[in-house]
Design a protein around this ligand. Structure first.
Ligand code: ATP
Length: 506
């Protein structure tokens, strides 16, 4: 794996995986653009998720709901009231921080001193400390001054404002009239689109419990401090499943999904020992959650950080959005909802009683997945020649380019024509992107394809077209296939090439 985030950032830009957003005008913080190779990698990861979670299961449906969201959806979901992070300003440096990030970056003892001043007994429990600070922001600001909380930017003690909650949703005007009621939001998660379509999907597919709805799409959060490359950004993609189960079977399904998701990440090249499962402590749980497992991948420079959350959301979501809440025996505490137009419940076949399903939600970040896969694939090797080789050892199904077809002489029509035909034939196999590549010399091409993780390079030469130097046609219609990982080269007959590659790129 990569040792530092910097080496990934630099490779990603150099080779065309990921660029800073709005780069031409100095960049837009918290946004990134996926370049020619990045878009392939990202699409491949999403396709692998869709395949495993929709096509290969018999209890799942797909969905693509809109990004622009009615404000009532995000009112009843609880986001308007609680989807906020505590924000704090340094009056001297004018820098702004997320409170928990600021506290995490202090020297040992500093956060403990603040905790002591506020009467928090477990000083190491960051969320308890944040909660205590937000309960008494004025007094906390004094305590932070006394404890000499420093500004991570310059290391000097700051003059801290009382911290305040900051809602992370992007609010936007919808339609030409900007009045009181004409606002909506860019969704902060894809999940709500699934909940509000629960009845539509149920009615149109005749599904019964247990079943799930899967969705991949963009989400937007106005993060106070976007940072760490594509790990924390303001516009990102999620791959989310809402899996609906009968209350009472939720704990068992929660465990099953934990296993399924670990197995899937392993198939994407992330070994189990690189992922810690955090059983989120009660006091850190989101308002909707009965229990949550966070999958923490060991990112370069950052260490173990969340790549996916798998939450047992109880009957909170459907219970929040349903009409007729009073008759439904909800277990979660929800806001009264006089606006909903549908009953989001199912009927027990025996007792005929209506009940609201529980929800298990595996929610993964596409961008954090791309970053993890990129980092895990990154390999630096010392060759016998003493040279250093950088190679991205992606699983073949994730590699942005599957095969590069390289003519050995680029001015020789017989060879380039042959190579182009070969490229077209291989492209037709549906393996993913096959690249015709006639830039630079063969050594450089191999080097470049190692660095972008192309599993196979196929070269077309004089032997291929029956013009070997020794005058023989023994090697006619054969090509050289070079393996990215072993660097071994093999002569393969063109008529066997499709089968050869299909077998190895599975
Ligand atoms: P964090 O604690 O890191 O802010 P979160 O717990 O708020 O994340 P969730 O609300 O559980 O995240 O979102 C589900 C997934 O979406 C996360 O596991 C992560 O992969 C992804 N995600 C969330 N916020 C961001 C972001 N700002 N940038 C990139 N991915 C994100």
């Amino acid at each position: 794996p990569a040792e530092t985030m910097d080496e990934l950032v630099s490779l990603a830009k150099r080779r065309g995986f990921i660029f800073p957003g709005s780069d031409l005008y100095g960049g837009l913080q918290g946004t990134y653009d996926y370049g020619p190779l990045g878009v392939e990698l990202k699409n491949n990861l999403k396709a692998a998720w869709w395949r495993a979670n929709v096509y290969e299961r018999d209890d799942m449906e797909g969905l693509d709901s809109s990004i622009l969201t009615h404000r009532l959806v995000l009112r009843y979901s609880g986001h308007e009231a609680t989807f906020s992070d505590p924000l704090i300003d340094n009056r001297i440096s004018k820098k702004r921080y997320r409170l928990d990030h600021l506290l995490k970056e202090q020297k040992p003892g500093v956060a403990a001193a603040v905790a002591q001043a506020l009467g928090v007994t477990e000083a190491e429990n960051l969320s308890a400390l944040v909660a205590a600070i937000m309960a008494e922001p004025e007094r906390a600001a004094e305590a932070m001054k006394a404890a000499q909380v420093v500004d991570p930017a310059d290391g000097a003690p700051g003059d801290w404002t009382p911290p305040r909650p900051f809602n992370m949703m992007f609010k936007t005007t919808i339609g030409p009239v900007a009045d009181e009621d004409s606002y909506g939001y860019l969704r902060p998660e894809t999940a709500q689109g699934i909940f509000v379509n629960f009845k539509n999907v149920l009615d149109s597919t005749a599904r019964r419990l247990p079943f799930g709805i899967a969705q991949i799409g963009k989400a937007f959060r106005n993060e106070i401090t976007p940072r760490n490359f594509i790990f924390r950004v303001r516009e990102f993609e999620q791959m989310e499943i809402e899996f609906f189960v009968r209350p009472g079977t939720d704990e068992e399904w929660h465990q099953r999904w934990l296993e399924a998701r670990l197995t899937w990440w392993e198939a994407q090249g992330l070994p189990r020992q690189q992922i810690h499962v955090l059983d989120v402590p009660k006091e850190d749980l989101a308002h909707y959650s009965k229990r949550t497992f966070d999958l923490m991948y060991n990112y370069p420079t950052l260490g173990f950080e969340e790549i996916e959350g798998i939450a047992n959301r109880s009957d909170y979501d459907l219970g929040s959005h349903t009409k007729g809440q009073a008759e439904l025996d909800l277990q979660a505490r929800v806001m009264e909802n006089p606006d909903s137009t549908a009953r989001l419940a199912v009927q027990d076949e025996q007792t005929k009683k209506w009940f609201v399903p529980f929800v298990i939600e595996p929610s993964a970040g596409v961008d954090r997945g791309v970053l993890a896969v990129l980092s895990q694939a990154y390999t630096k090797e010392r060759l016998e020649s003493g040279e250093e080789r950088i190679v991205l050892k992606f699983k073949p199904h994730l590699a942005p380019i599957k095969v590069a077809v390289i003519p050995l002489a680029k001015n020789k029509e017989e060879i380039t024509g042959y190579a182009k035909d070969l490229k077209r034939m291989l492209q037709g196999l549906g393996l993913g992107r096959v690249l015709y590549e006639d830039t630079g010399n063969i050594g450089k091409a191999y080097r470049r394809h190692d660095e972008v993780g192309t599993p196979f390079c196929v070269t077309v030469d004089y032997d291929t077209i029956g013009k070997s130097q020794d005058g023989s046609t023994r090697l006619q219609d054969t090509v050289t296939v070079r393996d990215r990982d072993t660097m071994q080269q093999e002569r393969v007959a063109v008529r066997e090439l499709a089968a050869y590659l299909q077998e190895r790129l599975r």
